[in-house]
Design a protein around this ligand. Sequence first.
Ligand code: CP
Length: 306
Amino acid sequence: MKPKSLVNIDDYDKDDIMRIIDTACKFKKNPNRQLLKGKVCAALFFEPSTRTRLSFETAISRLEGRIVGFSDTATSSATKGESLKDTIMMVSNYTDLIIMRHHLEGSARYASEVSPIPIINAGDGSNQHPTQTMLDIFSIYETQKTLQNLTITIVGDLKYGRAVHSLIEGLSHFEPTFNFVAPEELKIPEKHKVFCDKKSIKYREFTEFSLESINDTDILYMTRVQRERFTDLMEYEKVKNIYILKNDMLKNSRDNLKILHPLPRVKEISQDVDENPKAYYFEQARNGIYARQAVICDLLGIEVNS
Ligand code: CP
């Protein structure tokens, strides 16, 4: 039987997600435990990363596991033409779990099909980023004290943003209302609207980033325009700075509002927002350690006590 992997956020159902959040809460109280002693994890990053890679490394180090891998494809034998299958088969000889980021959509699913050990998708092209969703949902729960019936406004690159695509699916268990704010060129793809319709999830689409959409929301999820996904950089230039959140735009926002962003930020959140208590994106990134510790232990069948 194939080991359980986390490739798409729907590999985890509502109960699984709640279990991860519960475990992440335990790790936030105490992230330093000996739970991965004797385990070796691989981190194969075929695409650049700061937060995902370093928070996975921190997560594993604080649990006293070891980590091997590469952060630059140029230093791996992929540059000599080694296939993804062979890379996965080799690395699974050496390690207990593989964390992988790759530019090709579907690459993590393929890796999970050939791998005898669990695979964690750390982002596959524009498709999915399920551990980002775990930390996003953890951050939403932490700040709102509930996940039910929240209004979530997602702003920016809804076409290429894999964090957005996973988040919509992950939150679908909790009766959200979504506001999708994007320019025509970066609108949410049709398949995600079909998904919402099937699940009877309410959503509205806007091309204007209005004060009304900021004032009527519980979570404002800002995103970067994903330059690396554009084939025509002139198209990127047209939309790159289309929405910029400034501190004075938050004056009439709800008391419970929190601003999230998967990061990295380019210009879509002005620096003057950072000091606003409603800005939560740096704490959100910190939560990546605890959510990822929870996912790793879950996939390796390691029990986490309070
Ligand atoms: N949020 C995120 O995936 O950031 P990195 O690309 O830095 O890992």
